[in-house]
Design a protein around this ligand. Structure first.
Ligand code: ADP
Ligand code: MG
Length: 230
């Protein structure tokens, strides 16, 4: 049995005096895509931000490849040093940089930088787009650039916060399938946060369902299992 890439143990968070989340525990195994599913306000983004290091959760422990990055409300490793990739709903591409510059952004002075960028753009069918600006691309193409930019530095895992929410129906499906295929190919595990049931069940290896837990005001892990089980 291999070791988990990400391990959450009893993670919870309270903003000021408002409890949002409690008692969330699960592992993300190498190459696995976990979907965190829950209604708006159930604490999905808070959980992802805690893993990324933008929020220090007030309770519990988070480990990345066996290293404790935060525990009991104390941060041990800052966001910059967690080697995680993030992808958001609004792409957040740099508008004045070319596609190639955007993808290369996180790769610092590696000798194979150019090759890596070319490999990634080819992987998402964007060879020939190197010198374009993001504003001249379609939504789906921008989403693909955001995906490979996040993967370029070979992150330990990719964290995706409702990344397809701005795409319409069929595009959503095809970009979703593409993300799944590329994470497999790169052997990078991921956590995909979504409020869309079919997206969560259709793409993930396992689904973590966040929601109200009996006897508690905040949300917790209601169910965790394969799409068939959930
Ligand atoms: P989701 O992503 O599932 O919609 P969030 O994690 O964004 O949920 O939010 C969970 C709850 O925490 C919501 O009630 C939200 O209003 C609250 N919340 C989120 N961020 C903050 C913050 N920075 N300060 C105070 N409350 C917050
Ligand atoms: Mg959210």
């Amino acid at each position: 049995m291999s070791d988990p890439v990400i391990r959450l143990t009893d993670v919870g968070h309270t903003y000021g005096s408002v409890p949002v989340l409690s008692g969330v525990s699960f592992d993300v195994m190498p190459g696995e895509l976990i979907s965190v599913l829950g209604v708006s306000g159930s604490g999905k983004s808070t959980l992802l931000r805690a893993i990324a290091g933008f929020v220090t959760p007030t309770m519990g422990r988070i480990e990345l490849r066996g290293d404790v990055v935060c525990a009991d409300g104390h941060e041990k490793t800052s966001a910059q040093h967690r080697s995680l990739g993030m992808m958001f709903q609004d792409y957040a591409l740099f508008p004045f940089m070319t596609v190639a510059e955007n993808v290369a952004f996180g790769i610092h002075d590696k000798p194979d930088r150019g090759e890596r960028v070319a490999e990634l753009l080819e992987m998402v069918g964007l060879e020939g787009f190197e010198d374009r600006r993001p504003g001249t691309l379609s939504g789906g193409q921008q989403q693909r650039v955001a995906l490979v930019r996040a993967l370029a530095p070979r992150p330990v895992a990719l964290l995706l916060d409702e990344p397809f929410a701005n795409l319409d129906g069929s595009l959503r499906q095809s970009v979703g399938d593409e993300v799944r295929r590329i994470l497999r190919r790169e052997n990078t595990p991921g956590i995909l946060v979504t409020h869309d049931r079919s997206e969560a069940l259709g793409l993930a290896d396992r689904v973590a369902l966040l929601g109200p837990v009996e006897g508690s005001k905040d949300a917790g892990l209601m169910q965790m299992g394969t799409p068939e089980e959930v």
